[in-house]
Design a protein around this ligand. Sequence first.
Ligand SMILES: C[S@@+](CC[C@H](N)C(=O)[O-])C[C@H]1O[C@@H](n2cnc3c(N)ncnc32)[C@H](O)[C@@H]1O
Length: 341
Amino acid sequence: MASSMLNRADNLTHFRGVTPTGLGFLGSDFHGKRISKMGLVSSLSVSRNGTIVAPKCSLSASRPVSQPRFIQHKKEAFWFYRFLSIVYDHVINPGHWTEDMRDEALEPADLSDRNMIVVDVGGGTGFTTLGIVKHVDAKNVTILDQSPHQLAKAKQKEPLKECKIIEGDAEDLPFPTDYADRYISAGSIEYWPDPQRGIKEAYRVLKLGGKACLIGPVYPTFWLSRFFADVWMLFPKEEEYIEWFQKAGFKDVQLKRIGPKWYRGVRCHGLIMGCSVTGVKPASGDSPLQLGPKAEDVTKPVNLFSFLTRFILGCMAATYYVLVPIYMWLKDQIVPKGQPI
Ligand SMILES: C[S@@+](CC[C@H](N)C(=O)[O-])C[C@H]1O[C@@H](n2cnc3c(N)ncnc32)[C@H](O)[C@@H]1O
């Protein structure tokens, strides 16, 4: 039976130990009552007095995870970041991923000892790693990313000079089993063609008692945002994260809601950085979950026309998500504080 606790009534919520019964599982609402089917957790919002309010936006089923979106593909993600890395830290991050959000999202990771071995998977330009090295010695931290262009930016950052910086794939990590005390991954899962495989890898590389902290997007419920999210990349529902963690073998799975302050808790447009999910590895060794071979073969030649069409459509959808935080920021400026936006 799931229990949950409200942290900050406007936009921070923890869910614990929801029992999955496949996608569209029976979950639990914030008061421990059972709720049925189809992504209700992500469609609920919490009012200022902590009660659950019905969504203003309509519900629908997301595209299945097995149907990758336009930039949920390693080669496409590679080219996307070939260009995005130029403006990532200064233009993209401020709308979606602020230092305050990062620190709140890392809090459940419990970075309590400077000697911990930490891997930051999909670490990119090192924005999240800068939050990690506040708590852990940089020499114990490895930043892994598939984009050399993103990593080149991380290499330039003074506080990350002692970190190990390596190219690699989140779904096939180059670390031994039972290696790290903490696995962190922020804003990367949305590009993984097989997110369950990435989370299984998180489990494998952790030591017994180690903790994974995965920060990622949440699925929108407003129709237009949902359309662009489905075109662009993976925006999982909150219960999907919990299910992936539990299937990988994690225990004490918790989900904390995060979001930019100027959204005032609004979640119906989805969020690029919408939750921080944590789980503890209860036994040493590999994950109990068995998966077949990787679905995506990155060595397979691609059809250039289809690649470019997908890539351009994906980039157009991404542009919508550059505009949403600006729209929310303007609303926050215009609507008096204390009023819902
Ligand atoms: C939105 S950025 C997040 C970067 C950083 N974690 C942060 O908090 O700013 C996503 C990163 O995930 C990386 N990425 C995407 N797919 C990956 C994969 N399969 N393996 C490793 N990194 C991947 C991208 O190259 C990109 O740097």
